[in-house]
Ligand binder design. Structure first.
Ligand SMILES: [Zn+2]
Length: 283
């Protein structure tokens, strides 16, 4: 069933588990994510970045995800990940997304507040939750520039003021994770997370989670994370399954065969994450 992220994240916060938000790139990703959610009886968020949306269009992805969501017996939300401006967020709501993120983390504090508040002002009467970001998630975000050499941590004082002045529904925070593929072992700064949690009562969001060890993610959930984003791992698993099939069947010409292998690989990793996030059985 198609829902917004509001109730599912509030329930996760109350139940001290997290809902996985998985970036979908095509038909097979959407089908695999919903199949995993059904198998695990888990709520789930399907999300797309502007970079993915540009590949086809918001309408294309909204339609694809809506069919997947409406065919599911578990709650499914369609979320715009890293919305890159007021216009994109409004376009996503109009296209049928049931949740949006406005990412003002690249602009100064006051500008981030003004940008985020402009989106929440429109989204609130429509009943659409708005995720915002404060602080820096490192690495290469979507098709934007890599973030290097800046303090990655969200300041708890700023977070409290930011949420009060923007009315955002949830907040992505910088606690040491990065987008893309990690060079070394990632480290979540749990101390910073706990300090932010003590100041805020809205759901907190972890970005850049692909490659972060499950035990660190579980600890972050115990410390207040309610939504966990995975993108890179799904891409890796799809291509591993796809190329693995082609390696064994180099003359194959039916795209459904390698794509099916990629889909099975995505479903397996998503199911494994649902178990670790604690969302299994919570639908
Ligand atoms: Zn992100």
């Amino acid at each position: 069933m198609l829902v917004t992220t509001k109730d599912m994240l509030v329930r996760a916060q109350e139940g001290r588990y997290a809902v996985g938000a998985f970036n979908v790139e095509n038909l097979e990703f959407a089908m695999a994510v919903v199949a995993a959610a059904e198998a695990k009886r888990s709520p789930v968020i399907m999300q797309t970045t502007p970079g993915t949306v540009k590949y086809a269009s918001l309408d294309y992805f909204a339609a694809l995800c809506r069919v997947a969501a409406e065919s599911a017996s578990v709650p499914v939300a369609i979320h715009l990940d890293h919305g890159d401006g007021f216009d994109r967020c409004i376009q996503a709501m109009h296209a049928g997304y049931t949740s949006v993120m406005i990412d003002g983390s690249h602009v100064p504090f006051e500008d981030n507040i003004a940008l985020t508040a402009s989106v929440t002002k429109v989204a609130r009467p429509l009943g659409i939750p708005v995720e915002a970001e404060l602080g820096k998630v490192g690495g290469k975000e979507d098709d934007g520039p890599a973030v290097e050499g800046e303090s990655p941590y969200t300041d708890p004082d700023e977070a409290e003021e930011f949420v009060a002045r923007t009315g955002c529904s949830s907040l992505a925070i910088g606690v040491g994770t990065a987008h893309g593929v990690y060079a070394g072992t990632p480290h979540i700064e749990q101390r910073v997370l706990k300090a932010i949690r003590s100041r805020l009562d809205i759901p907190l969001v972890l970005h850049g989670t692909s490659g972060v060890p499950d035990d660190q993610v579980a600890e972050a959930i115990a410390n207040g994370i309610c939504k966990v984003n995975y993108a890179t791992e799904l891409r890796q698993e799809f291509m591993r399954g796809f190329m693995g099939y082609m390696g064994g069947n180099p003359d194959a010409f039916d795209p459904k065969k390698p794509a099916g292998a990629g889909m099975a690989a995505i479903q397996a990793i998503v199911e494994s994450h649902m178990d670790n996030l604690g969302s299994t059985g919570k639908a």
